[in-house]
Ligand binder design. Sequence first.
Ligand code: ADP
Ligand code: MG
Length: 140
Amino acid sequence: MTVIETFSPDETFEAGRKIGENALAGDIYTLNGDLGAGKTVLTQGIACGLGVKEHVNSPTFTILQQYDSGRLPLYHFDVYRIGSEDEMDEIGYEDCFYGKGVCIIEWAQLISGIIPDTARKITIEKDFEKGFDYRRITIE
Ligand code: ADP
Ligand code: MG
């Protein structure tokens, strides 16, 4: 288990960039944490580390966004608005989870039943006693 403490969005982005630089084909990262924790900021860093050129965000009504401009395909899931795990079947998640790219899944706890055991679990927590911009990023 690794714990990274950040004190700004830029530091979280940097932490993500290192993850992206070291990511391997088939890696799955689950991201859990409240709204505004920094899951998307971390994802943007991971994308940068993979060499993705496009801007990465979390579109409200799109569960899966694919980016092909990096050294590996990046499958960015944000399942906040998912109704059920069946919707994941419709999206064709298995080709992503068991493919040759890197998967990032924001709000992964909502689809915990289909997350492979091999996934790296990342949790982002705030602690206001340590400052408004403090985040504790735990990687298991
Ligand atoms: P999520 O995807 O978890 O809902 P976002 O990444 O979209 O969250 O937003 C995180 C928000 O928190 C951004 O507005 C960002 O500027 C702010 N923020 C403040 N401090 C940090 C930090 N240390 N790491 C990441 N984001 C931070
Ligand atoms: Mg987000």
